[in-house]
Design a binder for this molecule. Structure first.
Ligand SMILES: Cc1ncc(COP(=O)(O)O)c(C=O)c1O
Ligand SMILES: N[C@@H](CCOP(=O)(O)O)C(=O)O
Length: 469
């Protein structure tokens, strides 16, 4: 399978190259040249299979000949054996037609584990075949960092640098990044927002000399391999509720738009998804964009769902590319507008395509807290603030009366104990393997939101430079 960039000026010959590149050389994001399809019969045939078996069938067409099928099967098997629930991503019913898809049974207690544990194995495999190594640089608003550090810690072929906004992640999220002792992982507290961190990462990717010098790669959802692994749970959950014979809706707590874009991919492959609901907190750029056709960056507001405190929602670019009929020139103009003035207008035809499938609902802090409290009282369900935003948005979004709505539970409540305790009166405890997290020594560097300072820090610290390859 060949991959093309959303900006039209770069391509990758296969899955492995697209994965190792992370971001395309023209600044765009990779998507497959064509979309694989799952027929109704193939979808029906997934019923009763294990999560790993479904994952292999969904992921294999995107990987093509780049990785041997038996090796892919082994890596998938190993990755999903790390989950603490036999179903990997179990569905919980909270009302007659409302379900929660729990994605936080992995080692870092967030949905990021689903993709990251596989990505670490896929990258190792691709690097070993090339006899090379990589420096991974990622930005996190809280969860990607912990999952990436967990998945890549101690791996010989990669050094990992994670940029997070200083003082804007929860204590548990920070400690997951700062307490691992392996010397191939580095946490950097950036004096800025997540958007600053993400902009710095993108600008490092745009620096060809730096990119080559450190063999740069990425683990954010700008990396196609992240998205493809996330498609799987849309398929397993829809099939569990009757697909292909019964359509479903999904509501997804959204920040960087990677998770919900994976839902769009599942639909594009043939899964009967009636509606995809973008759930945002008060950082509502996507809700405003869908309502008014204008994507306009504002200042980030800190909330009790910090992982969604994002303005520049990277994967929206992939949706714009698809919804505009793969008009790379238009995407280039929109992204130029965003860089120059912090805004762009979406043309009416593209907006119609988007709103035909997606709805967007903004959930404020009071509704988020009320949803957490109500869920515990009425359904006995303890949700974290991100999940609560998804559930609240699903209740407010337009839907057919018979269509089951699946809210994605993206994090474990114990990652946000203060917010959960304030809303419910219950303070969730960390699971056994993280019980002493608060006592482990921390190790991190604090740096200004300055691209050059961060580039120098990475160059000084990485063991991977082209001279060393
Ligand atoms: C707990 C949690 N929920 C939701 C999101 C938003 O997901 P996405 O960035 O894929 O839209 C994130 C961050 O990515 C997260 O960590
Ligand atoms: N919410 C994310 C932000 C980065 O998203 P990604 O999916 O693009 O890695 C986080 O928790 O770090």
């Amino acid at each position: 399978m060949r991959y093309v960039s959303t900006r039209g000026q770069a391509s990758a010959p296969d899955f492995a190259e697209a994965m190792l590149a992370g971001l395309a050389a023209d600044g765009g994001l990779y998507v497959p040249e064509s979309w694989p399809r799952l027929s109704r019969e193939e979808i029906a045939g997934l019923a009763g299979l294990s999560y790993a078996q479904v994952a292999e069938r969904v992921i294999a067409p995107f990987v093509g000949a780049a990785i041997d099928r038996a090796a892919l099967r082994d890596m998938i098997g190993e990755a999903y054996a790390q989950f603490r629930h036999p179903a990997v991503a179990p569905l919980v019913q909270i009302a007659p037609n409302d379900f929660v898809l729990e994605l936080s049974h992995g080692p870092s207690l967030a949905f990021k584990d689903v993709a990251m544990l596989l990505l670490a194995r896929l990258m190792d495999h691709a690097l070993a075949r090339r006899g090379s190594r990589a420096t991974i640089v990622g930005a996190t608003s809280g969860d990607t960092g912990g999952a990436a550090i967990e998945a890549f810690r101690g791996r010989e072929r990669v050094d990992v640098f994670i940029l997070y906004p200083h003082g804007r992640v929860s204590d548990v999220q920070r400690r997951q990044m700062t307490t691992p002792t392996e010397d191939n992982v580095h946490a950097i507290a950036v004096e800025g927002t997540f958007d600053d961190c993400q902009a710095i990462v993108k600008s490092l990717f745009a620096d060809e000399a730096f990119r080559r010098r450190v063999a740069l790669s990425g683990v954010n959802s700008i990396n196609w391999a992240r998205i493809v692994a996330q498609v799987v749970y849309y398929v397993t959950s829809a099939v569990a509720l009757g697909a292909p014979h019964r359509p479903v809706g999904f509501c997804v707590p959204t920040g960087n738009f990677g998770d919900i874009f994976a839902g769009w991919v599942a639909r594009r492959m043939g899964l009967p998804v009636e509606r995809l609901v973008i759930a945002t907190n008060v950082n509502d750029i996507l809700a405003r964009a869908l309502a008014h056709g204008r994507y306009e960056v504002r200042s980030v507001i800190a909330t009790m769902s910090p992982s969604m405190d994002i303005q520049v929602s990277s994967n929206f670019e992939r949706l714009l590319f698809e919804a505009s009929g793969r008009d790379a020139a238009a995407v280039g103009r929109w992204m130029d507008g965003l860089r120059q003035s912090g805004a762009f207008a979406i043309d009416p035809a593209t907006l119609r395509e988007i709103t035909g499938v997606f709805s967007a609902v903004r959930v404020d802090e009071a509704s988020c807290a009320a949803t957490m409290g109500g869920l515990l009282r009425e359904a006995g369900y303890l949700a974290d603030p991100h999940t609560a935003i998804g559930i609240a948005a699903g209740r407010l979004a337009p839907r057919g009366p018979a269509t089951p709505m699946i809210a994605l539970s993206t994090a474990h409540p114990a990652k946000f104990p203060d917010a959960v305790a304030a809303a419910t009166g219950l303070r969730p405890a960390l699971p056994d393997w993280l019980a002493d997290l608060g006592e482990r020594p921390e190790r991190y560097d604090v740096l200004p939101a300055d691209r050059d300072a961060i580039a120098r820090h990475i160059l000084r610290s990485t063991r991977v430079t082209v001279d060393a390859i």
